[in-house]
Design a protein around this ligand. Structure first.
Ligand code: NAD
Length: 289
């Protein structure tokens, strides 16, 4: 049993913290939201009144927060109270520069930190079947792996600090672009008189196949059950997809990389969010095509 501080108990963190408690760890949980904290308590975690209280004496800290600024603020609060042997695992999706900076701040205190963003949505967080992509040193990876394995189906080393975030944003740039391409292909197929199911049956076993089509089909009633079958509620919010595409754009600019498909996907998601659809699942962009 490990003493774990879990900070950020939202859509993703709530299920992840519950899985660590279920695995028998002593999980001290904190979130700014009283509702999220109450759900974590029901799931077997011990609620803390502050991040510092959760972190005090923790062997491992897991954070699952919205963006880099939140992670940096929480680390500034907890680093002074953590034992020097503590391991910090940030599972949030944040920019590479912040991920590297917080790892350096932890290292300056003699602690080990890794970035370990996830692939898989709320259902995978609850089921403990996430994929983790980990950036950090050998020691950080070997210590983080058994903890992450209790929340996921795959834990993969991406490289040094920040590499997990780099892998995550490149992956989600593919996801954004393939979702738009899949949506526009269904729209065109419809205008050409093709039945959506017939097109799915063909493309899903042809070269147009992708995860966006066969695991997350944007058309209701076609393929496996997806947010499209729930009027695009739940799932992966357009606002979060836009956040990831903006992180990719920022990273591409800094690295001097040319990413025209990622750029176009970001523009389309920016327009969709600006029309008030930020809370809808990202596959709802099919409504605009
Ligand atoms: P969420 O908004 O549901 O949860 C974030 C939680 O952090 C909230 O409960 C909020 O109250 C809490 N929080 C914010 N600031 C805090 C602070 N200073 N101290 C304590 N708690 C604080 O978001 P989510 O969907 O759980 O996503 C979390 C992260 O995971 C994001 O970086 C997101 O991009 C990433 N992600 C999400 C999904 C998804 O499908 N939702 C999939 C993969 C990755």
């Amino acid at each position: 049993m490990t003493r774990i501080a879990f900070i950020g108990l939202g859509n993703m963190g709530g299920g992840m913290a519950a899985n660590l408690a279920k695995a028998g760890h002593d999980v001290r949980a904190f979130d700014l939201s009283a509702d999220a904290l109450a759900r974590a308590e029901e799931a077997g975690c011990l609620p803390a009144a502050t991040a510092v209280e959760a972190a005090d004496g923790a062997e491992v800290v897991v954070t699952m927060l919205p963006a880099g600024a939140h992670v940096e603020a929480v680390y500034a609060e907890i680093l002074p109270v953590l034992p020097p042997a503590a391991l910090l695992i940030d599972c949030s999706t944040i920019d590479v520069a912040t991920a590297r900076r917080v790892a350096e701040q932890a290292a300056a205190k003699g602690m080990v930190a890794v970035d370990a963003p996830v692939s898989g949505g709320i259902a995978a967080a609850a089921a403990g079947s996430l994929t983790f992509m980990v950036g950090g040193g050998d020691d950080g990876f070997s210590r983080a792996e058994p903890i992450l394995a209790q929340m996921g189906k795959a834990v993969i080393r991406a490289g040094a600090a920040g590499a997990g975030q780099a892998a995550k944003m490149c992956n989600n740039m593919i996801l954004g672009a393939t979702m738009v391409a899949t949506c526009e292909a269904f729209a065109l197929a419809g205008k050409l008189g093709l039945d959506a199911q017939a097109f799915y049956d063909i493309a899903s076993v042809s070269s147009g196949q992708s995860w966006s089509m066969t695991s997350y089909c944007p058309v209701p009633g076609v393929g496996p059950e997806t947010p499209a079958d729930r009027d695009y509620q739940g799932g992966f919010a357009t606002a979060l997809m836009l956040k990831d595409l903006r992180l990719a754009a920022e990273a591409a600019e800094q690295a001097g990389a040319n990413t025209p498909m990622g750029t176009r996907a970001r523009e389309l998601y920016e327009a969709f969010a600006a029309d008030g659809h930020g809370a809808l699942d990202f596959s709802a962009i099919i409504k605009t095509l």
